[in-house]
Design a protein around this ligand. Sequence first.
Ligand code: 5GP
Length: 126
Amino acid sequence: MPVKGLGEYDSNNIFARILRGEIPSRRVYENEFAVAFHDIAPQAPLHVLVIPRGPYISFADFTTKASDAEIAGFFRAVGKVAADLGLEAPGYRILANMGEDAGQEVPHFHMHLFGGKRLGAMLVAP
Ligand code: 5GP
């Protein structure tokens, strides 16, 4: 069931629990602002999720409420993860689902990082 992307943060969502270490994840990077780990159901040879440490529901929530330092730190982390994983030369795709129409399922802002093959059309028709 897609989430709305705005409203009250649910501190028991799955990524909040991953951040607290209550649920295991295959972490590839973390810093003061962000944590990156492999998606449990990868949709490309390389599919990593990057999430801010702060309690933000969605892209809209993050970009309106997070501090400049959190926003800069988060996006720098996304770029560093992609570089560290060797994706700069072949290329990669980043994507964030925001709210119901995009099908966002986990109500903690995250960016998907896809790579490892030619990724094809940006949107696949349903
Ligand atoms: P969304 O649809 O919200 O943009 O993406 C949520 C993503 O989280 C999906 O790609 C899904 O596979 C991933 N995911 C859901 N539950 C877990 C989990 O427990 N661990 C990890 N590593 N990924 C998860």
